[in-house]
Design a protein around this ligand. Structure first.
Ligand code: SAH
Length: 344
């Protein structure tokens, strides 16, 4: 494992194993997670000999900015980063009244196969390491020169398909000796991997769980998300109730509205029944069409109707505000275009 992905105790053992003094781990940990330095040569209180040794024994994963798009409307920024092995990932920074929020990727590609999503078109390439997740946040904080206060794990990839690295990332980014981001300011979004929702609940983290539900009935869900063949809506809801019992934190349900596929009045009613009385919030996302598929966004009147039906049934609901409309691209689309040499 690379040093930046290690907890302080693990880093300490690694340093002691290298014959280093006890204070060494603290110095390195601070360079990584407080000073956000990701180049050993900048670690001025380490000897040249040690820096050279670290470079060969523990190379630091690279997350290098190769492209940045900045919205002239609301300051939203999309970043393309290149990893050491040449793969490209994307991350987004959004400015809100409550602070700067970064949306990170958890994998290169994705194997979940959701029909409307661009991130999954070429399948999963590999998991991101905890450090590669951290570096997306660190690099963005450095690039904007302002503190990042919120993180959403909603970029490319299925975070619960990279569970251990995700948990490590959360522990490191919330560490009071590091960036010290509040757990309450982190949201993890999953397509609904039931065992992992339960495992996550057992960790008792104060992190917000978001579930990509997209349809309240199995057959509709299956037509949009292959994972729905593995887990039923009922199993997901049971796991969500388990999470609520353990954590009592409001769950977000994401519902991407696809014209003619999941935007009917009937499904709005079914969804209301499913969520009745639950501590939750529905986030309606007008689907962002991708050129590789022929899904279309629901009509505005249907989106409104869907929302009104939920409201009438006392379900908390918002329509996701579109950030950075002028640099808009569906999840994973920028990276795809870049790889295919199509970015302008
Ligand atoms: N794999 C995780 C997190 C990444 S996707 C998950 O499934 O939740 C974040 C959210 O964006 C998910 O709800 C996903 O279904 C949705 N999404 C992906 N592509 C989209 C698109 N083209 N239009 C609208 N929503 C999309």
């Amino acid at each position: 494992m690379d040093l930046m992905s290690m907890t302080f105790d693990e880093l300490n053992s690694a340093c002691l194993d290298m014959g280093e003094k006890k204070f060494r781990a603290k110095q390195i940990y601070e360079w990584f997670h407080l000073k956000l330095v990701s180049d050993y040569d900048e670690m001025s209180n380490l000897s040249k000999a040690l820096r050279d040794k670290l470079k060969t024994e523990y190379p630091i994963p690279g997350v290098k900015e190769v492209k940045r798009y900045v919205s002239k409307i609301d300051g939203t920024m999309k970043f393309l980063f290149e990893l050491n092995d040449g793969h490209i990932i994307e991350s987004v920074m959004m400015r809100y009244k409550h602070g700067n929020s970064v949306c990170i990727s958890s994998q290169v590609g994705c194997r979940m196969g959701c029909r409307f999503c661009a991130s999954t078109l070429d399948g999963l390439i590999r998991n991101l390491t905890p450090s590669e997740m951290l570096l997306q946040v660190y690099e963005i904080q450095k690039a904007i020169g302002e503190r990042v206060s919120n993180i959403v794990v909603m970029g490319s990839g299925e975070p619960f398909d990279n569970f251990d690295n995700l948990i490590r990332f959360i522990r490191l980014v919330t560490d009071e000796n590091g960036l010290n981001i509040s757990q309450r300011n982190i949201t993890v979004s999953t397509c609904g991997i039931v065992e992992k929702i339960r495992e996550f609940a057992d960790l008792n983290l104060q992190v917000t769980l978001a579930i990509s539900i997209h349809a309240p009935i199995d057959s509709y869900r299956q037509s949009l998300m292959p994972i729905a063949n593995k887990y039923t809506v009922k199993e997901i809801m049971d796991a969500c109730h388990y999470y609520l019992e353990k954590n009592n934190r409001r769950i977000t349900f994401e519902y991407s509205l696809v014209k003619g596929a999941n935007d009917s009045e009937e499904l709005a009613i079914k969804l209301s029944e499913l969520l009745k009385g639950m501590l939750c919030h529905v986030n309606l996302i007008p689907v962002n069409p991708i050129k590789e598929r022929d899904y279309e966004q629901s009509e505005a009147t249907h989106i409104e109707r869907f929302k009104n039906t939920l409201e009438k049934n006392h379900i908390n609901v918002t329509i996701r505000r579109e950030m950075g409309r002028d640099i808009a691209a569906a999840c994973g689309q920028l990276r795809r275009d870049y790889k295919q040499g199509g970015t302008s």
